[in-house]
Every structure is written in C-alpha cells, then in structure tokens.
Design a protein around this ligand. Structure first.
Ligand code: ATP
Length: 342
C-alpha cells in the first residue's frame, strides 16, 4: 500500500507538530484532532495538516463521530502524553476503533507506579530505593503525590516527621503517596526507538527538563533559599538538549535493551517505537532510572531537524516523528503493519 492512502493522526498538543511534519515528510496524509480553543495555534502551521477534526475536549476522540471520521480517513493514531492524560486507559484499551501506533496496553504500565516499578525491576535497571513506609525514611527522599502531572507539588524531605507535617498541610493521606530515594545528581532523559521490524534499538535523542521552580532555586543564594523556604515545583516548562559522554552510551543502550526484553515478557508485544527513560547520575556517576514513558515524549520536540545521534545513523534530518512515519511506511511496503499497531 502507498503511504498516501493512510492518514497519520494525532491530538493537537504535546508533540503534534513534530509528528505531523514527520508524517508529511514520509508522504502520508495527516489529520489533527484539534481543540476549538487551539485552532488558531495549529492554523499557524496549516501546511502540516490535511484534515482538522475539531473537538471541545480531547475526550471527544472516543465519540462515535470522531472515531468514524478517523476511520474513514484510514487513520493510524500516534499516541502521546495528552492522549494518556485526557482519555482513560480503559477507553484506550477497549473502545478505540482506529489502530493506535505502538502497544496501547503498555500505557497502563507507565501510569501505574507499581506496574512501572515491576517493569523496571524485571529489566534489571538500577532504580532509586522505594520506601514502603514513611517510618523507614532515613535519607533525602522525594515524595510523589497521587495524580500529580509533571511532578507538580512533589516535595523533598529527610525524615518521617517532616513528611507527615507536609501531608497534614496538603491534606493528603499517607497511603496515597510514593516515597522514593532522591538522587542528588544530574538528570538525563533518553529517547529510544525500538523497531520491531528490524529488532533494533536506536537512541534518537536526549534532553533535560527545564522545571519550575526547582531550576530557579539554584539562582538565589542559600541564605535567601532558607529565608523564603519555597514550595518546590517540578512543573515542566521546556526542554534542554544534552549529549552524554560517549563512554556512558553503552550502559544506556543496555538499559534500553533490558526494558525492551522485559516489556516483551510482561506486556507482549512489548515496546513498539518510541519510549523514554528518565533518570539521574549521582555523584559517583551511577545512573538511576526513576521513570519511563511508553510513547513519544515532548523532549523530542528539540530535534525536529534531527539530533546528534540520528545524524550518525541517518544521512538526513530524522526526528522521532519522522522515525515513526518511516517505520509505518516500511511496514506497509513489507505488509507488516499489524506488527506496529494495537
Ligand atoms: P511525567 O509524567 O511528566 O514524567 P511525573 O509526574 O511522573 O512526570 P517524574 O518524572 O517522576 O514526575 O518527576 C518529576 C521530576 O522530579 C523529574 O523530572 C526530576 O527532576 C525529579 N525527580 C523525580 N524522581 C526523582 C528522584 N528519585 N531523584 C531525583 N529527582 C527526581
């Protein structure tokens, strides 16, 4: 089948522009499920979109009308963070009529902290210690709140008393929090692409997040930090590019391969296409993984024109969006699209 007969669709947010551009570059038609309130924004990039499906809210993607429209376009939906945020996992798993690129069943594993820990353990990666009881806390920990988006409202503490005091103020129950060892170091978020067609893992790019207000805190002297005692926030406002020392790459590949292996065992068919690990190097240079995302992450938006890593593999600009489209195109040529969708 030719790529022009298939439409690559996505929700208008997160990494949509990059996904649309990549799809266009590979000769696909594109469709954007767009909020009425964001039509003006996406109209500024109108050459990237062939069809706009207007909705009041992203949850409307589940309506029969929108599903039918997308189905008539012969659409494959590329999931990203906003799909996971605005549509329930049950709906995605059971009621989605159009094919989703990737393994939609693994999205649950990135949302549920216990499943996430299970997959990371199975992959054999180094993770920060998790405290099952507040009473056990004996070092600096990061306390993760239920339903926090992008780390909003997370706080640091060093002992049980501090945690309980803070929870009382926030009116949050102890059993609802996730208490994890805080890795004092430098963060790195690695964007992988696993191709089921060639059984190969690529590092597409890397980033660090620019998070408010923790990234602002270091700019004021310690005395003022103590005086102002601000509530920390890890709200992501943007992404910063990084490359790793070349000697660190092998370990990162091994972590990625471990995750691919574990995902195949625990959630077959495992990762398909993009996934990301989030972690930090401590003072000894040991890497701890505290998160993974089982789909494209917004940090890849830095590399619409390719990254240092994709430039090594491809003699052309290659973004994550384009890499996804390239995989679908190849699968169509080889009549293997079923291996890429769920
Ligand atoms: P998202 O879903 O957007 O990834 P989230 O709500 O799951 O966000 P995390 O990514 O777990 O949040 O954490 C938000 C930020 O908190 C991270 O980017 C990092 O700066 C910091 N962080 C989280 N866990 C740790 C840890 N164990 N040690 C050090 N820093 C951490």
């Amino acid at each position: 089948m030719e790529s022009s007969k298939v439409t690559i669709a996505t929700l208008g947010s997160h990494s949509a522009l990059q996904i649309l551009k990549g799809a266009k570059d590979e000769g696909f038609k594109t469709a954007l499920v767009c909020l009425k309130s964001r039509l003006k924004l996406y109209s500024r990039f109108k050459k990237l979109t062939d069809e706009i499906v207007l909705v009041e809210s992203f949850s409307e993607i589940m309506s029969q009308e929108v599903q039918e429209k997308l189905s008539n376009l012969n659409a494959i939906l590329i999931p990203h963070g906003s799909l996971v945020e605005y549509v329930s996992l049950e709906q995605i798993e059971n009621n989605f009529k159009i094919p989703i690129f990737g393994n939609k069943y693994i999205l649950r594993w990135e949302s549920d902290r216990n499943l996430k820990e299970k997959l990371l353990r199975e992959a054999g990666v180094r993770t920060p210690k998790v405290y099952s009881s507040v009473d056990e806390v004996d070092s600096t920990v990061i306390v993760k709140l239920p339903g926090a988006k992008g780390g909003k409202g997370y706080f640091l503490a060093t002992n049980p008393k501090e945690i309980r005091e803070k929870l009382r103020i926030l009116n949050i129950r102890e059993e609802d929090i996730f208490v994890q060892e805080y890795i004092l170091g430098t963060t790195a978020y690695v964007h992988f692409f696993y191709s089921p067609l060639s059984d190969e893992l690529e590092i597409i790019s890397m980033d660090r997040r620019y998070e408010t207000n923790v990234d602002g805190l270091g700019k004021i002297p310690a005395k003022l930090q103590l005086q102002s005692n601000p509530d920390l926030s890890y709200l992501v406002v943007g992404n910063i590019p990084i490359v790793l020392r070349e000697s660190l790459l092998e370990e990162i590949f091994e972590i990625g391969e471990g995750l691919v292996r574990a995902s195949k065992e625990l959630v077959p068919p495992g990762f398909i296409g993009p996934f990301c690990i989030e972690g930090a190097y401590n003072g000894e240079g040991k890497f701890y993984v505290f998160e993974f995302s089982a789909r494209i992450v917004a940090g890849t938006n830095l590399y619409v024109n390719g990254s240092p890593y994709t430039w090594l593999l491809y003699d052309e600009p290659m973004s994550m969006g384009k890499r996804i489209a390239r995989e679908i195109k190849r699968a169509m040529e080889e009549r293997r699209v079923k291996e890429l969708i769920t």
